[in-house]
Write a protein that binds this ligand. Structure first.
Ligand SMILES: NC(=O)c1ccc[n+]([C@@H]2O[C@H](COP(=O)([O-])OP(=O)(O)OC[C@H]3O[C@@H](n4cnc5c(N)ncnc54)[C@H](OP(=O)(O)O)[C@@H]3O)[C@@H](O)[C@H]2O)c1
Length: 268
């Protein structure tokens, strides 16, 4: 089956206007899919829409804040009756850059809504159509932070851990209906959002030590049939990201806290 027959005719991407989201859009337009592009800022969405239309794709854009409680309703309205065969939950970075108690709880609630409630609701909505048609795919863009709590990132680690285990269970259920589910677990990646967060906090930003957004999108689409997890840069028989005994987890948390402390001091 061709890619478009398997995952088309429409793909919906959240956080589509730049970085990995935009690279997914460009690749999918090249595969002949039409696109529903979601982000907050209308300008970058419109620019990308012009680019993908010139590649021959039909495009719908919608400005939606995915951290709002009614975001999934707005996303469903943007899609309307279009047949969404591929859903990519891409938006999800932690822009707070704060220790847990050093910012207001509402900011953490928004991160929870963005990564957990909106993603889960979107999967429920678009998954219904995929199950009925017995074909389709979902990619949940995750982070290595999903594998354990880390200093400076407790909420981010928690929401990404939810997505990981949610995606694993969904993979097990949806494979009976020929629907692929992939947790695409990233390490440090060269995206505009990552650059902005680093620069705003005076942290070094070295793209040469990061994955490129274009590579991430390309590999993500290649790995989609091979879920439930792809860990960026690792072969599938490596357990490196996920120690499990309490002793190993404690040691890992403290080791990374030590590294983060040095990193933060170096950039202060
Ligand atoms: N970059 C990394 O090093 C890295 C590492 C591990 C995992 N990841 C994961 O990779 C994914 C992409 O990360 P990223 O670095 O590109 O940053 P990101 O902020 O998650 O994604 C940027 C895209 O999402 C949109 N967006 C962000 N917040 C939104 C919201 N509340 N509502 C609607 N759209 C929103 C942005 O457009 P607008 O600003 O216009 O809304 C932009 O199109 C995330 O899930 C992140 O957790 C990234």
């Amino acid at each position: 089956m061709s890619f478009v027959a398997r995952y088309g005719p429409w793909a919906l991407i959240t956080g589509a206007s730049e970085g990995t989201g935009a690279e997914f859009a460009l690749l999918l337009a090249g595969e002949g899919l039409n696109l529903i592009l979601i982000a907050r800022r209308e300008g970058p969405l419109a620019e990308l829409a012009t680019r993908v239309r010139s590649a021959g794709a039909e495009v719908v854009t919608a400005s939606v804040d995915l951290s709002a409680n009614d975001a999934a309703v707005q996303v469903a309205q943007a899609a309307g009756a279009r047949e969404v065969g591929l859903f990519i939950a891409n938006a999800g970075a932690d822009t707070n850059s704060a220790l847990f108690l050093d910012t207001d709880v509402e900011s953490w609630e928004k991160l929870v809504t963005l990564n957990i409630l909106t993603t889960m609701r979107n999967c429920h909505h678009f998954g219904q159509g995929m199950r009925g048609r017995k074909r389709g795919g979902m990619i949940l863009v995750g982070s290595g932070s999903c594998y354990g709590g880390l200093y400076g990132l407790p909420v981010y680690c928690g929401v990404k851990a939810f997505d990981l285990t949610f995606g694993e269970g969904l993979w097990a259920e949806m494979r009976d209906y020929n629907v692929d589910v992939l947790n695409l677990i990233l390490g440090r990646t060269n995206t505009p959002a990552h650059r902005r967060i680093s620069e705003a906090n005076g942290r070094p930003f070295d793209p040469s030590a990061m994955a490129s957004a274009a590579d991430v999108a390309r590999v993500g689409l290649e790995q989609l049939p091979h879920g439930p997890i792809y860990n960026w840069g690792q072969s599938n028989d490596v357990a490196g990201m996920a120690p499990n005994s309490p002793d190993e987890r404690r040691a890992r948390i403290l080791r990374i806290k030590e590294m983060s402390g040095k990193y933060l001091k170096a950039s202060a």
